[in-house]
Design a protein around this ligand. Sequence first.
Ligand code: UD1
Length: 423
Amino acid sequence: MDSILVTGNGPLNGEIPIAGAKNACLTLMPATLLSDEPLTLTNAPRLSDIRTMTALLQSLGAEVSALQGGKVLAMSSHGLNNHTADYDIVRKMRASILVLGPMLARDGHAVVSLPGGCAIGARPVDLHLKALEAMGAEMDLRDGYVHAKAPGGRLRGGVVEFPFVSVGATENALLAATLAKGTTVLKRAAREPEIIDLANCLRAMGAQIEGDGTDTITIQGVDRLNGATHPVVSDRIELGTYMLAPAICGGEVELLGGKRSLLEAFCQKLEEAGVEITETDKGLKVRRKMDRVRAVDVVTEPFPGFPTDLQAQMMALMCTADGVATLEEKIFENRFMHAPELIRMGAQIDVHGGTATVTGVKQLKGAPVMATDLRASVSLILAGLAAEGETRVSRVYHLDRGYEHVVRKLSAVGAKIERIKEE
Ligand code: UD1
């Protein structure tokens, strides 16, 4: 298993390009299942999760070609011939459940294995299933699979009121409702930029959607959708992660393609901590104003709040801050697995239930650490960049799921980082 070796090396300076969003791309790809015509995504990120979704769609009979080194995904589902999403692929990635809504909407039946994914909590899919049931679907859970059917072969519009915000369940319901007969209203819908991106793509395919970006989305079902070409929105989590690199190491880094509107709550917290953020023609420029940032408290929330996917990375920054910070995790119940690893590097962290109290130290120390999930792994790299000596992060396959060319991007701004290949 490969590992990443990081050596603390002082301030970082230069530019980092931001890729298309993994989480947007993973919900845009299943949209191909809704149409017989080609769907092409540009600005796609080159990641193992995208290859997993590619394999899943291909297993259903869709054609997916990665062009221009993977930056363009040309897809077509005219030859769809299998309606079972198999355990062997689905268990690798929770987002696989997003093929359920589109297959059911298009052909009236689908069988999808219950998913796996990062071990950051129970993460059930009950809200996805309830939303589709509100559109008339009949569900049967057997042998670890969801067997779903639409009576009469077509879903019908309905009112879906989510008990709390779920990004994935909103996406599955939105995808399915585009081809349902009649009007669907999604209440307490997620408002994430990835939802708006999905709605934009579906509209380009001929769907009738209003209210995306608010908590009520209304979809008027249509009989068929056409093909389209759609650019994937920038990855706000990759953006936030790399904004933290100059914040933790010092220096000035420009994030190409970055937009503040994707991360307003996060930007405000960084500014409170003493980091300067400037919007430029090319993206966002980030500079640490003082020798050491100030401690700030963070509570994770659905968009537009502080994203849970940046909590681990923010914790790495707070480990070196002046003062005591509390980080409250409200989305997932088991998302502090990076804390014991950061403690190995000299951090002072107390975890009580869903809250971590971090007392900043002047200097972290390099150590061998283990990545436990995608965002945790990159938080250890950030900590390693600021630490004295060498940090070796093992199990980096987690990182490959969500960060393209991490070594190349951080080396380009002066970080001492290399990937150690192992047989
Ligand atoms: C998506 C993102 C993930 C991010 C998360 C929250 C993708 C591929 N992944 O995950 O990176 O961390 O949003 O911003 O886009 N829940 C249920 N039942 C359900 C669905 C969810 O109880 O049927 C719970 C989850 O366990 C969690 C909360 O709802 O506690 C929010 O999860 P959700 O927004 O659905 O996250 P994902 O869509 O899985």
